[in-house]
Design a protein around this ligand. Structure first.
Ligand code: C5P
Length: 286
């Protein structure tokens, strides 16, 4: 059996341009991997299946994006070897933290080892699986452009910890983008450079253009953000199309103190320089 770790991402900033003919919006974002992780395993099997380690089925089964990623790698090799995938989630689902994309990227890495496929194939398959998958495959800190497929790795960020809160409602990404179109591309939510942690000061303001659209679809989002800003005495930002909200803290202790007082529960997330990490148990794979 082989296994690996999938890291969530936070969009520190997400600028959006007008929808293109392909139906997607060009973006200009600063993406950061964070240490909120899912764990995946892959082994040969009699039939294709995906389960969590306690044996429970994973929602969507083999239609799950992670399984489809592994199957796409298998297709490239023309193998018909059935596989069993294990998926244990701690990344909140449909939250704007890229959990599904992170799992897909980790599954690509595992399947490439299992089926003996080179990295070029992974980079070809990643954008076909979802806009955030190419970044999740790379990990760390990156400027992301195009429809998520143009990546420029940046120096690893440090000197802060993020506190992440996931409000208890969902914001489907396509609906948020469509709402943004309908509103005539309104200006986004900003954190000015002088409100950023010392290691990020002197850099550009962070902007999430999708915030006004997300608030129209789920007005409680703005109540959540204002409440957190009041509690924490600092700007609170939206990650991706939401609903996850985050703020910068100087260290883990400060972030832990801040997150324990949040009623819905929150977690702190250290920036991570890592892309999906693969590991190996036993030798009974081909
Ligand atoms: O690629 P992904 O599956 O994340 O995209 C889901 C949907 O979000 C797309 O079908 C599209 O409607 C919207 N989207 C967009 N522009 C992007 C990314 C996603 O309009 N850059």
């Amino acid at each position: 059996m082989i296994g690996g770790t999938a890291y969530a991402k936070v969009n520190l900033g997400l600028r959006v341009g007008a929808r293109g003919e392909d139906g997607f919006h060009p973006i200009d974002g600063i993406f950061q991997s964070v240490k909120i992780v899912d764990t995946l395993t892959l082994s040969p099997s009699e039939v294709d299946e995906i389960r969590s380690s306690d044996g429970r089925p994973v929602p969507d089964g083999i239609d799950n994006l992670a399984f489809r990623a592994a199957a796409a790698v298998r297709d490239v090799t023309n193998s018909s070897q059935p596989i069993a995938m294990g998926l244990d989630k701690t990344i909140p689902v449909a939250a704007g933290l890229g959990g599904g994309s992170a799992d897909a990227a980790a599954a690509l890495v595992l399947a490439s080892r299992f089926f003996g496929v080179g990295d070029d194939t992974l980079h070809e398959l990643a954008p076909q699986l979802g806009s955030d998958v190419p970044f999740c495959l790379r990990g760390g800190t990156a400027r992301v452009g195009g429809r998520g497929d143009e990546l420029e790795s940046l120096d690893p960020l440090s000197g802060f910890v993020l506190a992440v809160v996931v409000p208890p409602f969902e914001l489907p990404t396509p609906a948020v983008f469509t709402q943004w179109d309908t509103m005539g591309e309104p200006p986004g939510l900003r954190i000015e450079p002088n409100q950023l942690p010392p290691t990020l000061r002197g850099k550009e303001a962070l902007v999430n253009d999708l915030y006004p659209a997300a608030v129209i679809l789920e007005p409680q989002l703005d109540d959540w953000r204002r409440d957190l800003e009041h509690r924490w005495g600092r700007p609170v930002m939206l990650s991706g199309s939401g609903p996850s909200l985050y703020a910068f803290f100087l260290d883990q202790d400060e972030a832990t103190d801040a997150t324990t007082a949040v009623p819905a529960g929150a977690r702190f997330a250290e920036p991570s320089p890592l892309s999906p990490v693969g590991w190996q148990v036993g030798t009974h794979f081909r």
